[in-house]
Ligand binder design. Structure first.
Ligand code: SAM
Length: 310
């Protein structure tokens, strides 16, 4: 499982390897101690979240939060809330949120996906009749958003246990979003078809084989479709055409690897066969070096000849 925690401007992440260290030997014990420490951080955050359920987010602006199904009730009974709280606790840690299940029951999550979601929703507009793929869907926030915008079909791909959160939410929302427990590596246009919109946010800089990811995304986009691609970038203007490699960790997160500059990101997308439009650049998470949050739109074009032959 990979867990990313973005709270108070800080981001910490755990990877599948973090959660399943080799046991037995000294290295295994050391790795397990790191995992236990990391998990405790998550548990503390989740304990805080669970105390907030139905309260904290509501106090903020629950009226303004998206409701991912029209049939959601205003009030849930205390018995139903107790039942839901048990399920929510079993599925911890919740990173994405807030998810409204009723006016008196909201799963806050550690992130404020609704803030990015407002921008994303207005960017994608009406998706009526379209096929959409969300790569690294986590608990499915963006997949539910795309359904809300009328997509005919949404596939959310998530290899780790977050898929159970997405499936639990789908059992409540009944949106029709289809959650598959697969990584991007298993996506195949011959099996899954190609998509009018491929969305991938927050996956790239955690990826050890970033060009392969971009090539796979390109393969999944229909000829007249588009990619919406979001990633952290490093913020150095002078080194915009360079990719910064992170050998150890960023803000305590050991799953950051390749952090491109703005120009390097554009070039990588172009080489893989996208005509690139920059949609959004804002300040990124705080850590050892300055970062940016970026979103690009990619329209399919021919990949670089050398890459196309592979
Ligand atoms: C930083 S989170 C971003 C989640 C979501 N896209 C968002 O922006 O809120 C990265 C997600 O990618 C998932 N992930 C990790 N490896 C993956 C892979 N090989 N294929 C697809 N998703 C992956 C993680 O489990 C996690 O849910």
């Amino acid at each position: 499982m990979q867990a990313d925690i973005e709270a108070g401007g800080e981001t910490r992440h755990m990877s599948a390897d973090d959660l399943e260290p080799p046991g037995g030997d000294a290295a295994g014990r050391e790795a397990r101690a790191v995992v236990d420490g990391g998990l405790q951080l998550i548990r503390d955050d989740v304990a805080r979240q669970l105390r907030q359920i139905g309260h904290a987010v509501q106090k903020l602006d629950s009226d303004g939060l998206p409701r991912f199904a029209a049939h959601l009730p205003r009030e849930l009974s205390s018995e139903r809330i107790t039942e839901l709280e048990r399920t929510v606790a079993e599925l911890e840690p919740w990173l994405q949120g807030p998810f409204v299940l009723a006016d008196n029951f909201v799963i806050p999550g550690l992130w404020r996906n609704d803030l990015r979601g407002a921008w994303l929703g207005s960017t994608v507009g009406d998706l009526t009749g379209l096929r959409v793929l969300d790569v690294g869907t986590n608990a499915g926030y963006d997949a539910f958003l795309f359904k809300l915008h009328g997509a005919a079909e949404v596939i959310g791909c998530e290899p780790f246990d977050f898929i159970h959160q997405a499936r639990f939410l789908e059992s409540v929302y009944r949106s029709g979003a289809d959650f598959r427990q697969i990584g991007w590596q298993q996506l195949d246009p011959e099996i899954h078809g190609r998509f009018d919109l491929v969305h991938c946010h927050g996956v790239f800089y955690h990826e050890l084989h970033p060009m392969l990811l971009l090539q796979k995304l390109r393969a999944m986009v229909a000829d007249d479709g588009q990619l919406l691609f979001g990633s952290i970038l490093h913020a150095s203007r002078e080194q915009s055409e360079y990719i910064r490699f992170v050998p150890d960790s960023y803000a305590g997160d050991r799953t950051w690897w390749f952090v491109p500059g703005r120009l390097a990101m554009r070039w990588m997308l172009e080489v893989c066969g996208f005509e690139v439009e920059e949609l959004l650049i804002s300040d990124g998470v705080r850590g050892e070096f300055a970062t940016l949050n970026a979103y690009f739109r990619g329209r399919p074009t021919a990949p670089a000849v050398e890459l196309g032959q592979r």
